[in-house]
Ligand binder design. Structure first.
Ligand code: ATP
Ligand code: SF4
Ligand code: MG
Length: 315
């Protein structure tokens, strides 16, 4: 069957006036199936948000394809892009800055209903109530007219989720949706995402620093380093049999308890995102580095069935 979304050799280049251009996403090939959650894990600056925004086409890729079912949406514009935004939505890390402080809860949801679903008037108001119920902001009458500053972080994130659902999407990129919430609220929001997945037959790209929450929520985990996908496997397999030296480092540093772990920012310099980079992105930090690692980008190799890794140790 045709996957829901397939990035094929996708790259995103940021042009910068100073310091040269960077490739924040490099030659990424990754599929998300219908009703699947794929976690995107990697340290700060590895390109996770860039990939998420590109998957929902808030960013236009500089090379490669982005297939949505059988259509390449990589370079859509205008009304065709708006059609895609009906199908693909995003939830951001910071629910405070992603909501407009001057607008009520109901207003945040009313807008996408009008713009993307052409719902207005009493039909829209009924849909707002339905969406607030689905994200457990009940009784809805208590929340409709509130402003973001009157809500807790967890409640704000639920509004952001309701707003994403207002488009009636089949795919949501959730960019660290729990990392700014109190630890005590994180599991609730993850459970909400899980129940919404079943109810709406949603697919998620779940972006996180945290392998424990990735393992909890995702069917497969994709590890990125320096803008490159370096390992991809079913969630349990990846956590139990990590093949890439970087993934092993991540796991060694990840505390056992769920939803608390953050990746260590090592003392070494950030990965090189220059378009001129050659070889393995992890070579400057890898304990197993060999001569060819610095020159040749490792091919994508199976480490086990349904488990692929880009590392010369496995070639
Ligand atoms: P974090 O975990 O901190 O959110 P991330 O994995 O989401 O990081 P990105 O935000 O995708 O990483 O950034 C990847 C790289 O691209 C970083 O070096 C970042 O500084 C750079 N970058 C991101 N957005 C832009 C932009 N609009 N223009 C130029 N460079 C950018
Ligand atoms: Fe380390 Fe070489 Fe494997 Fe890269 S390819 S992770 S440098 S062993
Ligand atoms: Mg980010």
């Amino acid at each position: 069957t045709v996957p829901l979304i397939r990035a094929e050799h996708l790259s995103v280049r940021y042009r910068r006036a100073r310091g040269g251009d960077i490739l924040a996403c490099r030659d990424l090939t990754l599929t998300v199936q219908a009703e699947e959650t794929v976690a995107l894990v990697g340290e700060s600056g590895s390109g996770k948000s860039t990939i998420g925004k590109t998957f929902v086409r808030l960013i236009e890729p500089s090379a490669g394809h982005l297939w949505f079912r059988d259509r390449d949406v990589a370079h859509l514009a205008g009304s065709a892009l708006m059609d895609y935004h009906r199908a693909a939505q995003m939830i951001f890390q910071d629910p405070f800055s992603s909501l407009n402080p001057w607008h009520t809860v109901a207003h945040h949801i009313r807008r996408p209903l009008a713009r993307l679903q052409h719902l207005r008037g009493s039909a829209a108001e009924a849909e707002i109530d339905r969406l607030l119920e689905q994200v457990n902001l009940t009784p809805t009458g208590q929340f409709r007219d509130k402003y973001p500053h009157e809500l807790s972080g967890g409640q704000r994130q639920r509004v952001a989720i309701a707003r994403a659902l207002a488009a009636n999407p089949v795919f949501i990129a959730a960019d660290e949706p729990i990392s700014m919430l109190d630890v005590s609220l994180r599991a609730d929001v993850l459970r909400l995402l899980e129940s919404l997945q079943t109810r709406h037959a949603l697919s998620f790209l779940y972006i996180t620093h945290d392998l424990a929450s990735a393992r909890y929520l995702a069917h497969r985990i994709a590890v990125v380093y320096g803008g490159s996908l370096i390992e991809l496997a079913e969630a349990g397999e990846l956590v139990e049999h990590p093949a890439h030296p970087y993934t092993r480092l991540l796991l060694a540093a990840s505390p056992g308890s769920p939803m608390t772990g953050a990746l260590p920012e090592t003392e070494q310099s950030a990965p090189d995102l220059s378009p001129m980079r050659s070889g393995c992105p992890f070579a400057p930090r890898c304990p197993h580095v060999m001569d060819r690692c610095r020159e040749v980008m490792p091919d994508w190799t199976p480490a086990a069935p349904e488990h692929d890794v880009a590392c010369h140790l496995h070639a």
